[in-house]
Design a protein around this ligand. Sequence first.
Ligand SMILES: Nc1ncnc2c1ncn2[C@@H]1O[C@H](COP(=O)(O)OP(=O)(O)OP(=O)(O)O)[C@@H](O)[C@H]1O
Length: 404
Amino acid sequence: MIAIQAQQLSKNYRQYAKPVDLFKEWLLKRPFHTEIKALTPIDLTIEKGATFGVIGDNGAGKSTLLKLLAGTLQPSSGTLHIEGRKSAILELGSGFHPEFSGLENIRLACSMLGLGAVETKTRIPDIIAFSELGDAIMRPVKSYSSGMFVRLAFSVVTSIEPDVLIVDEALSVGDALFQKKSMDRMMGFRDEKRTLVFCSHNLYQVKELCEQAIWLDHGVIRAQGDSATVVDDYQDYVRSRQGGSPTGQRLSAETDAVSDVYLQEVSLEGGVDTAEGAPLFRQGDALAINVRAEIGTRPVDDVHIGLVLIRNDGLQVYGVSTLIDQCNLLPIDGTVHGARLLFDPLMLMSGDYALEAWLIDRSGLHVYDSRPVCCQFKVRHESSEVGLVKMAHQWGPVKHVATI
Ligand SMILES: Nc1ncnc2c1ncn2[C@@H]1O[C@H](COP(=O)(O)OP(=O)(O)OP(=O)(O)O)[C@@H](O)[C@H]1O
């Protein structure tokens, strides 16, 4: 079943150099504006129950597309059909009346989302509880911080249990615990087979949360398909363009240190001490990484360790986690748990390396704590082979392959 069907959907904005140009245009009946093609005609079909990511550079047309889907913007051409009840979190604070209290805004939003008085009344306690705004719910929202706005907006739009939820970059605001709650709720949506359209500069989140994605570029769909492929293609493109990380895009998960879950120690085992301090490993040696984590009150299967080997030019050589390998941290002392990752033999070629360490939750989407660069070490290899890692190989006689 199809949840969203857009055909030849486009949006052009009119830009006036001076406010008076609008008046001149009306008076003289000729154009005094420039046309910005934010979205060229696109066709889009999103199946019911799909989790759909939208990625792209700044100004690519992502927010425009989401506003069209949400119905807060009228298309310049094309048709759009959305099946079922939809709700959206777009720009911060949009849709709220600044003079009204949080509670009054909840009532207003519920009625705009099509809920009757009785349904609104039954849902209000849940909405307030999820937002955790406490007494602040009685204050005018003009006094809210950006994080409080997001709490209120996210609680309202998700509590009405929409068939289609549209989220535009909203979760970058708000504290760590609320981000985790919100992510969990969106994953719940995914499990309930509701449709989610999620736009974020956090490519890691898009890859993990969404099954499918589109990459928008200057208002055109540059790639579409499974999210891992689309994100990888986009990352390749940005790297080739800039020779580095995409501006404003995050290639790995974000750190949201939650007070009772944190990395206590990340240490290397093996190698020979050097004058510069970084231990030296010979290719073929064993290298072990010991990670100790305080997990506080979290269940042990909701805390995982991720480790990435990085070369000193920033290249990610290899990354793995206890989540990927499906193993749990083991108890060390009280609430301190940990794991040891062993590379034996270490097949890296000569170079200077370091580790990136992560503590993530069971969804892989929320980061409790991280160490971006730690445990620097050197590797030396004796032979004149070149490259990044020594690869298993063998030479043999040439095979005669039949040619047609
Ligand atoms: N109200 C508007 N009036 C005129 N031009 C606009 C308006 N809103 C957006 N644009 C232009 O439309 C294009 C697409 O903007 P849009 O906000 O959709 O991009 P985006 O991909 O969401 O960018 P970002 O990642 O920076 O949020 C940009 O060139 C932008 O300057």
